[in-house]
Design a protein around this ligand. Structure first.
Ligand code: 5RP
Length: 232
């Protein structure tokens, strides 16, 4: 089946990312539909003999990478990751982002923290002036007492328990639940990330501030790369 426009743009971003791969080394493999396209493109290079190993940030990416023959390092770490490639849900002009639309935020944050550099791949619909404009902030919460934690989260915006299609609470790879918090446009994303992290029961906040070094943006007019700290 032919790609729709959004998939075509995601594929453009994934292909552009290949130019930032080292000749050999360890690559962080993100999660979500854009990361999936990147993993598929990476696998072609590995099949061609490129000496790259991966650290996947979700069971889903692990299964895909393994099935495509990408060698993977063990879950336990520590890893010496040269560069991590991942998707994002919203990107602001500082290259701070919201992630966790797929619910893999905890492992994504661990893998990104272990990487010397991070490249995010998005289509231009993900660019916003302020985080929280089009997305709620995903917050992964320990299942024990999660409704008490949600009551505390409500100080930051209405928390909505994420559900599966069948209506059951969505469970993460860590067997936690997710609340998507309607913050509205966020004035100070680093401060909100820190404040939410301090709520008892919170495992990971889907705000990733100060983490992305580059963002590859695919638009119908072409692909461009935003670099942290560069003038717009
Ligand atoms: C998963 C993520 C994804 O990277 C994010 O949701 C973007 O997904 P997609 O590439 O499918 O738009 O953070 O937890």
């Amino acid at each position: 089946m032919a790609d729709d426009e959004s998939t075509r743009l995601k594929r453009d971003a994934a292909r552009a990312a290949l130019a930032l791969l080292p000749e050999r080394g360890t690559i962080g493999l993100g999660s979500g539909s854009t990361a999936k396209l990147f993993i598929e493109a990476l696998a072609e290079l590995v099949r061609g003999g490129r000496d790259l190993v991966g650290v996947p940030s979700s069971r889903e990416s692990e299964t895909l990478a393994r099935s495509l023959g990408i060698p993977l390092l063990a879950d336990d770490g520590p890893w010496d990751i040269d560069v991590c490639f991942d998707g994002a849900d919203e990107v602001d002009p500082q290259l701070d982002v919201i992630k966790g639309g797929g619910g893999m935020l905890t492992r994504e944050k661990i893998v990104i923290a272990a990487a010397r550099s991070t490249v995010l791949l998005v289509d231009e619909s993900k660019l916003v002036r302020a985080l929280g404009t089009t997305w709620r902030v995903p917050v992964e919460v320990v299942a024990f007492g999660h409704r008490a934690t949600a009551a505390r989260l409500s100080a930051f915006g209405e928390p909505r328990l994420r559900l599966t299609r069948e209506g059951a609470p969505f469970k993460t790879d860590q067997n936690c639940v997710i609340y998507d918090v309607a913050t509205g446009p966020i004035a100070d994303a680093p401060a909100l990330e820190r404040d939410l992290e301090h709520v008892p029961g919170v495992v990971t906040v889907g705000l990733f501030t100060g983490r992305a070094d580059r963002v590859i943006v695919a638009a119908s007019s072409g692909v461009r790369t935003l670099v942290r700290g560069a003038r717009a």
